[in-house]
Design a protein around this ligand. Sequence first.
Ligand SMILES: O=C(CO)[C@H](O)[C@H](O)COP(=O)(O)O
Length: 229
Amino acid sequence: MSFDRKIKIAPSILSADFANFGQEIQAIEAQGADWVHVDVMDGHFVPNLTFGPPAVKAFRPHVKTVMDVHLMITPVDPYIDAYAEAGADILTAHVEAGPHTHRTLQAIRAAGMRAGVALNPGTPAEAVEHLLDLTDLVCVMTVNPGFGGQKFIDMTAKIRRLRQMIGDRPVHIEIDGGVDPKTAPLVVEAGADVLVAGSAVFKGGSVSNPGVYGENIRAIRNATQSVMA
Ligand SMILES: O=C(CO)[C@H](O)[C@H](O)COP(=O)(O)O
């Protein structure tokens, strides 16, 4: 897939109806989602548990766009092949998840996926500077990872620094946590191009009332228009 810097909205299915993932994924894509964001949590790196490779494999046939899998787990390396087999397009590991992120990103690419690296709010941009030639996406957490529906933490200075460090490289900056029509323009103005949003996309909608997802996605996208060059 070619690199494009247009704003992409990636709804996090952490806020979807857990009894109905297939239809939820189809509904958000029909309503304008650019990517589908899947939050994998292990109850160890973060204090919550969600999906493993079999669930991701079950989502795969429903995803027609890009399946963006965010691992909030440690260790990462023993599971890379399982997520490739499950059909992840992008696999993101946290820089805090182990001592050898450089090796992890190489292994993700070697398994045929695009490689992402995520930073917790307390981790400086410089922690990924040496990884920028090995990564396709830097995910800046704007909440402490583990749960949807948390309050946005302002990371705009870090986003600006990353955009400067990335320069001309084809590397996305993804923002994850507390993204809504108020916070989206702040992070886009700072240099982000992928916006993960859970609560702000799924609130008020359902598979039987999917138009609300469309309204919510458009509200986030439209809010970024004023800050786009
Ligand atoms: O990674 C996550 C939490 O660790 C979620 O993707 C993120 O919090 C999105 O949910 P919301 O938009 O409700 O904040």
